[in-house]
Design a protein around this ligand. Structure first.
Ligand code: GAP
Length: 457
């Protein structure tokens, strides 16, 4: 991977903004942090939640052919024998005889350690699953694993979901949840960590229609990112080569994003064929078939799997939204986050802390708070407060000034254009609802007027 893609935000700058503004902190920071584990702060948790909600809405709530699931992280150990993870989920590693650092074989270009130049051992296979013990006795019989993908929880529940929902093919099951991998090389902030979250769909189809559904989901998932603001030129579809394919996959494409360190996988779309249902049927002895009513035959459906990372999505949305522009004698840093993803939708800013103004501002805040994440900020100059909101991606600021006490009107300032309109407080909630849904700022409500036109984008 390249060190730094020209024109993309520098990763250190993004990490610093995330820490400074409360998006993401190193895990257990007071103890020096835990390698490649991260904690989401007050703004990060909102952003992450909004991404998950947007995904759930698009793939479950707005579709007739999808249902949701929330399976447990710990699963019967046979799951991982059947899935092939116990045998196949391994990286060949070499170890430096001098500094004992371990490297994936594809990371070393010659026979020496990339860190200290020491001599390397022969490659050994290293399983990426985290092991733990169920119950009080730490012995081999009690070993369980932290799931390395959420997918298996869906496969083992295939029959339960089929029986309880009576869905017909094609249909899908969606799940969001934590996954764990003892990755050898981590880094690039939240791009590759050892504990992360996945948003996975397992879409069951009739064999023979799998190619069509594979193409459908490729397009559908790419569009999801674009509709939420990712620039098309920063996304690419990349087919896996034969050597790259996972043991379960007949075909796989990555949706790659142009991260600051180069193109890298954001989401994988795989055709898993009948591998998983056939394996679990074989190892559990339970039938995992579907009765095709047309032919009256029991068939094993094929599976198309769009598998996305929540944390990688957070990183991609942040990278794509980050912007700097000259403003007066300073640089304005802003996040052009889609309103559906922005952690704070509206900031309420009284021009002064004076009692009568504060009271009106509090009333406005109280009225808006049940609708969205709204922030009340009355410290420092109004210019500083606008900058603070721009930097965390708040789409709209509502400013209450002394004239508001007389005319019961307030201004709405838009983040990207910095344009402002003035409108009656009675129209505020409805107007913000429309603007957050994408209506142009200068479409005015009754009694509204253009207040400040900085520039038209
Ligand atoms: N069930 C298929 C599966 O797990 P994967 O390509 O290994 O496929 C799917 O993972 C997605 O999960 C990736 O596209 C990525 O977004 C995310 N992901 C995988 N490993 C990750 C890690 N170590 N840290 C953060 N995200 C990860």
């Amino acid at each position: 991977m390249a060190e730094q893609v020209p024109g993309k935000v520098n990763m250190e700058k993004l990490v610093s903004l995330c820490q400074r503004r409360g998006f993401i902190f190193p895990s257990s920071e007071i103890y020096g942090g835990l390698s490649s584990c991260w904690d989401y702060g007050p703004l990060g948790v909102e952003l992450k939640q909004n991404i998950k909600q947007a995904w759930w809405r698009a793939v479950v709530r707005e579709r007739d052919d999808m249902v949701g699931l929330d399976a447990s992280i710990l699963m019967h150990p046979q799951t991982w024998v059947a899935s092939g993870h116990l045998k196949q989920f391994t990286d060949p590693l070499v170890e430096c005889k001098k500094c004992h650092l371990r490297w994936r074989t594809d990371e070393v270009t010659d026979q020496n350690c990339p860190s200290c130049g020491g001599e390397l051992t022969e490659p050994h296979l290293f399983n990426l699953m985290f092991k733990t013990f169920m119950g009080p006795v730490e012995e081999e019989a009690n070993v369980v694993y932290l799931r390395p993908e959420t997918a298996q929880g869906i496969f083992v529940n295939f029959q339960n979901v089929l029986n309880t929902t009576r869905k017909r093919l094609p249909f899908g099951i969606a799940q969001i949840g934590k996954a764990f991998r003892n990755e050898i090389t981590t880094g690039n902030f939240i791009f590759r960590s050892r504990e992360f979250e996945q948003m996975e769909i397992e879409y069951f189809v009739k064999p023979g229609t799998d190619e069509e559904w594979f193409n459908y989901w490729l397009e559908e998932r790419r569009n999801w990112y674009v509709n939420l603001g990712i620039k098309e030129e920063n996304l690419q579809l990349r087919p896996h080569t034969k050597g790259e394919l996972a043991h379960y996959a007949r075909k796989c494409y990555d949706i790659d994003y142009l991260f600051p360190m180069g193109w890298a996988e954001l989401e994988g779309i795989a055709n898993r064929g009948d591998f998983d249902l056939a394996q679990h049927a074989n190892y559990s002895g339970k039938s995992l078939t579907y009765l095709d009513e047309e032919t009256n035959e029991h068939i094993v459906p094929y599976i198309i799997e769009p598998s996305a990372g929540v944390d990688r999505s957070v990183l991609a949305f942040l990278c794509d939204a980050y912007d700097e522009e000259p403003a007066e004698d300073e640089i304005r840093v802003l996040l052009h986050l889609h309103p559906a993803l922005a952690p704070i939708k509206v900031a309420v800013l009284p021009l002064s802390k004076k009692e009568n103004l504060a009271q009106l501002a509090r009333e406005v805040y109280t009225e808006l708070r049940p609708c969205w994440m709204v922030q009340y900020d009355d410290t420092q100059s109004i210019g500083r407060r606008y900058r603070r909101q721009d930097e965390i991606g708040t789409p709209f600021c509502v400013t209450i000034d002394f004239q508001s006490l007389e005319d019961k009107q307030v201004t709405i300032r838009e983040r990207d254009s910095m344009n402002q309109i003035r409108l009656p407080i009675a129209e505020l909630k409805g107007t913000l609802t429309a603007k957050l849904a994408g209506e142009d700022l200068f479409v005015l409500p009754p009694g509204g007027q253009i207040w400040k036109e900085e520039r038209r984008d």
